[in-house]
Design a protein around this ligand. Structure first.
Ligand code: FAD
Length: 337
């Protein structure tokens, strides 16, 4: 295995709180890497409500989930944090020298002085289609919640699912793809009224095919679908897109020997540290008296956790509080000097 990456801090999770954690660490000159199981930054904001408006970010009367993630990425850019996507942090163990060794699902290792668990409600993983052997198509002909649809141009595409993401994907494919079939277990959708109306209109116009049923098997050219009237139909396809929802898994974090209270990590409210020295927990994953699962609260937690970490990373240094407005040292760090 490759030598571990040595860093002052590892942030687990690139949700809004993990991203802002990188900013606060940067102001204190604490180097960090960020790891996220998802292919992109933003956590719940992007995975669950990318286009929905959000009104309670201080100083930002309105933005969207994705807009907030983009602003945070822009804000932390001066610190050049290295973000590792599509990678889940799987193990955490204390070393003899007091540092923490973390291992990931891709076989990478990080050796660090401090860890910030900003894992929200857990690692987001798309729900998979339950057909034996179909995983072998993943990445070539089977995609879950794909980001960009251009690659499906001129293809016969089946979109499997019945929520907003599924309907929006099917509709967005219409101008691109050769043929689009929406496959759902029933003729009822869990989606916004306007989206359902747009879908119904496209189906009525013959632009989009609706197939009610459940996938049960496949061959190289077809997906076999069991219909409610106990028939099996073979749907031709080049590409299958699964939009069956994204479910969070606390996953490996539960195995790290940290105390858990109803799947949350208890922390103090001075440093937002768990009972393990140097292991901080911020954002939706933590709990303490009065905890509210709000982004603004996570930002505050990340700020104080960074100061808690500074005492560990720089044990002999007393760091004065400085304002970004007036501190030339901070201006240099931010690249605005
Ligand atoms: P998350 O956003 O959950 O991000 C955690 C990240 O960690 C995820 O990307 C996950 O993949 C990753 N992760 C987890 N475990 C691992 C692992 N082992 N290895 C690698 N990566 C891992 N809050 C507000 O303040 N205002 C609102 O208006 C608002 N509206 C909301 C609307 C909806 C529909 C929902 C669902 C939530 C809303 N929230 C709102 C709540 C807000 O989104 C959360 O409080 C916020 O996302 C928490 O941020 P976080 O960074 O702690 O965690």
């Amino acid at each position: 295995p490759a030598a571990p990456i040595e860093t002052d801090a590892l942030i687990i999770g690139a949700g809004p709180v993990g991203l802002f954690q990188a900013f606060q660490l940067g102001l204190l000159e604490i180097s960090c890497h960020i790891v996220d199981a998802l292919p992109r930054a933003g956590g719940q904001c992007v995975a669950l409500y990318g286009d929905k408006p959000i009104y309670d970010i201080p100083g930002t009367p309105v933005t969207t989930g994705r807009g907030l993630a983009d602003s945070l990425l822009q804000q932390i850019a001066p610190f050049k944090p290295r973000i590792h996507f599509d990678e889940q942090v799987a193990t955490l163990a204390r070393q003899d020298d007091g540092r923490l060794l973390l291992g990931t699902s891709r076989g990478n290792a990080f050796l660090c002085k401090t860890v910030f668990i900003a894992a929200g409600v857990g690692a987001f993983v798309p729900r998979r289609i339950a057909v034996e052997g179909i995983a072998s198509l993943e990445g070539t002909r089977l995609f879950y919640h794909p980001d960009a649809l251009e690659r499906f141009a001129r293809q016969s595409v089946i979109v499997h699912g019945g929520d907003d993401a599924a309907l929006e994907t099917a509709l967005a494919l219409l101008p691109l793809a050769k043929a689009v079939t929406l496959l759902h277990r029933r003729d009822v959708f869990q989606a916004e009224e306007a989206t359902v109306a747009a879908l119904r209109e496209r189906i009525a116009a013959g632009a989009l095919r609706l197939q009610v049923g459940q996938p049960v098997g496949f061959d190289p050219a077809h997906l076999q679908v069991a219909t409610p009237d106990a028939q099996t139909v073979a749907l031709p396809f080049d590409t299958l897109i699964g939009c069956l929802g994204i479910s969070p898994r606390l996953g490996p974090i539960a195995d790290w020997g940290l105390a858990l209270e109803r799947k949350q990590l208890p922390v103090d409210t001075e440093k937002f540290q768990t009972q393990e020295r140097g292991v901080f927990a911020v954002g939706d994953i933590n709990t303490y008296p009065g905890k509210k699962k709000l982004i603004v609260c996570g930002f505050h937690e990340a700020t104080l956790a960074a100061w808690g970490a500074a005492a560990i990373v720089f044990p002999d240094k007393s760091i004065p509080l400085q304002y970004t407005t007036t501190s030339t040292r901070l201006h240099t760090l931010l690249g605005v000097a």
